[in-house]
Design a protein. Structure first.
Lengths: 195, 188
């Protein structure tokens, strides 16, 4: 009985999919006349198919103004490189140019560092007079005096990175890297008078 | 006779796209975008991401049209592009379960009011049907969507999905049976 029911359901599905042979069509027609439940099942599946088609169409039909992704830029890029055997050097050339620009820009960053450097004066045990003598002109500072005349100095290296934001502005990121060194000799700079 | 052996009016369009014809590409997009979106939805079971993934698919079509060796086999090729783009967009079991759970919770909140007889009307009915389709296992949802969105027959679906016609028929029967059960009492 269950197998027969499955068979009828399969015939109904084949009819909905337009795949019924003539013999199957006759068999299904006989079954529909004989069994009202088979007729109801066919009507239910037909209605379900119509609703599914309408729901899918409504949810997935592309907007009338829908457009393919722009290919103009891609096309230009393809044509500019297509057929050009000399284009292979573009990539390494670009990298080399970027590196060269980086090397050129470094001195400018360094000068900017020295101009904007504002020494941090710690609340240390170093006498103010000594601190004045060794006030750094570069990006380092004395942070302490140890026994035996050894001095601790702290080097500060500042990296500056420019990042272009989403709003088109350039944002400068400044990163300070600090290193503390122990020196055997006091890092005293001679003044002009002493020289 | 297989689809690929018949005359295919899209084959010259494919050739034109291959040679870089942007207008042929846009025409092809207009004609085929509908079922590509259907494939993406069928793979994802989620209408929210269909637009994004379909755009990715069409960008890939332009970029990789040269990979299509036999221009008569464009339909299975496009199906695979769409299917894999949908998969790559993040379909995995865990995510699907989570999305399905979230979706069913949202659906519970916005579940439309029913008539006293418990039936749904108009757009509410469409939403309920779409939700039921989205809730089908992907195995059954894919042929079902291709059948009802594009009115393809089983042979066309089998050709595109690369499976026997009998398998497509069986999956359609099961899809309809599951849908009928999940929508019982709502569509009479």
């Amino acid at each position: 009985m269950l197998e027969h029911r499955d068979h009828i359901e399969r015939l109904i599905n084949r009819r909905l999919d337009g795949a019924l042979s003539e013999d199957e069509q006759l068999e299904l027609n006989r079954e529909i006349i004989k069994d009202p439940s088979a007729h109801r099942l066919l009507e239910e599946y037909e209605r379900l198919g119509g609703l599914a088609a309408a729901a899918l169409d409504r949810a997935l039909a592309a907007a009338p103004g829908g457009q393919a992704p722009s290919v103009a830029a891609r096309q230009t890029a393809m044509r500019s490189t297509a057929g050009s055997g000399r284009a292979w050097w573009l990539v390494p050339g670009s990298i080399a140019a970027a590196l060269f620009a980086l090397v050129l820009a470094r001195p400018m960053w360094s000068s900017r560092m020295s101009q904007t450097y504002s020494p941090f004066v710690p609340q240390s045990i170093v006498p103010p007079s000594l601190l004045q003598d060794v006030r750094p002109t570069g990006p380092y500072q004395n942070v302490g005096l140890e026994s035996g005349g050894r001095r601790r100095t702290r080097d500060i290296d500042r990296s500056i990175i420019g990042v272009v934001g989403e709003d088109g502005k350039v944002y400068w990121l400044e990163v300070d890297r600090t290193r503390t060194l122990k020196r055997s000799q006091p890092a005293v700079r001679l003044t002009n008078a002493e020289m | 006779m297989a689809i690929a052996e018949e005359f295919d009016p899209e084959a010259p369009v494919i050739e034109a796209i291959r040679s870089g014809d942007r207008f042929a590409y846009e025409e092809f997009f207009r004609r085929q975008n509908r079922w590509v979106r259907g494939v993406v939805f069928a793979a994802l079971g989620d209408t929210n991401r269909v637009d994004d993934v379909a755009q990715q698919v069409w960008a890939t079509v332009w970029d990789r049209i040269s990979d299509l060796r036999d221009s008569r086999r464009w339909r299975p090729w496009l199906y695979r592009l769409a299917y894999h783009a949908a998969i790559d967009s993040g379909r995995d079991v865990t995510r699907r379960r989570r999305l399905k759970k979230e979706y069913s919770q949202q659906s519970d909140l916005r579940r439309p009011a029913r008539t006293p007889e418990g039936r749904l009307i108009g757009s509410e009915l469409h939403e309920a049907v779409l939700e039921a389709i989205a809730g089908l296992p992907a195995l059954y949802r894919e042929p079902f969507v291709l059948r009802h969105l594009n009115q393809w027959n089983c042979r066309e679906i089998a050709e595109v999905m690369g499976m026997p016609i009998d398998t497509v028929e069986t999956r359609l029967v099961r899809a309809r049976r599951l849908l009928r059960e999940s929508l019982k009492g709502k569509i009479e």
